[in-house]
Design a binder for this molecule. Structure first.
Ligand SMILES: Nc1ncnc2c1ncn2[C@@H]1O[C@H](COP(=O)(O)OP(=O)(O)OP(=O)(O)O)[C@@H](O)[C@H]1O
Length: 263
């Protein structure tokens, strides 16, 4: 049988035996190296989907396979970056990343290798110059970069990004999007990203998974983003294929699956 790298099959989730289904029979296949964005209105179940893939939440029905193995618990092969950084405040930037290295891939490395690998990942997000600072001493964008370095340092098979740029100002956000695109090009990591931002989804992704409104949310449409890489945000701003993809997602969200007007 032809398996995909990551497969979500007939996934349904409810929180409690009598609660309605939040997700209803989600089917999604992601190939190795693909960048997939999941977009949908607030509350439709995007984070729930990501959390099941991360192993943080159980499936009620169906499930998730990564390279053919069922996901039943969290693991370093699926690193998550949340909207609000989850760095340990009492550790330095270096120590935050090093801790993740020590607990995962670093187990089979020498002390010098663990140090080098920690620094290599900080350099990937251009944070090597801030290694000795604590989270309180760096900006929100820098914290997210450290969170991404920490996730990548675990050499995950899949990087799960839950609105990673959501709390950042527009310029910092654009800068970080460019960095993530560069990292994806360099490492070829499989990425699943949740976002509310249509431009961000089109700019970064190979495919955009559009979810219907909850409860009982499911995948409404999947859009293939046919734009060559590397992608340049300025050049794309007037590129017809970029604009067409953007319009397709906007129409899905605001015409076919618009939220009812507030009472
Ligand atoms: N632990 C939980 N217990 C009960 N209900 C939950 C729990 N987590 C999520 N829900 C409910 O499941 C639904 C989907 O939530 P989820 O956070 O997955 O949506 P979302 O699309 O990620 O939303 P947003 O875009 O606002 O972050 C919501 O109605 C939410 O209230």
């Amino acid at each position: 049988m032809n398996r995909s790298f990551l497969e979500v099959s007939r996934l349904s989730v409810r929180f409690g035996p009598t609660a309605p289904l939040v997700l209803n029979s989600i089917d999604l296949k992601v190939e190795q190296g693909q960048y997939v964005a999941v977009i949908g209105h607030s509350g439709c179940g995007k984070s729930t989907l990501l959390n099941v893939v991360a192993g943080l939440l159980p499936a009620t029905l169906g499930g998730v396979l990564l390279e053919g193995s069922e996901v039943t618990e969290p693991g370093p092969d699926r690193a998550v970056v949340f909207q609000n950084h989850s760095l340990l405040p009492w550790l330095t930037v270096y120590e935050n990343v090093k801790l993740a290295v020590d607990r995962t891939v670093g187990r089979n490395m020498s002390r010098a290798e663990r140090h080098a690998w920690t620094m290599e990942n900080l350099a990937l997000v251009r944070m090597e110059g801030h290694a000795q600072k604590r989270p309180a001493e760096i900006s929100g964008g820098m914290k997210q970069r450290v969170g991404i370095a920490r996730a990548l340092a675990m050499k995950p098979k899949v990087l799960l990004l839950d609105e990673p740029f959501g709390a950042l100002d527009a310029l910092t956000r654009a800068h970080l999007q460019d960095q993530v695109m560069a990292i994806h090009a360099r490492l070829g990591t499989t990425i699943m990203m949740i976002t509310h931002d249509v431009d961000e989804a089109v700019l970064l992704s190979d495919r955009i998974v559009m979810m219907t409104n909850g409860p009982n949310a499911t995948i409404g449409e999947v859009l293939e983003v046919d734009l060559p890489r590397p992608r340049d945000r300025l050049a794309l701003a007037s590129e017809p294929r970029f604009l067409a993809a953007r319009e397709a997602v906007l129409r899905f969200l605001h015409e076919r699956h618009a939220l009812p007007a507030a009472a």
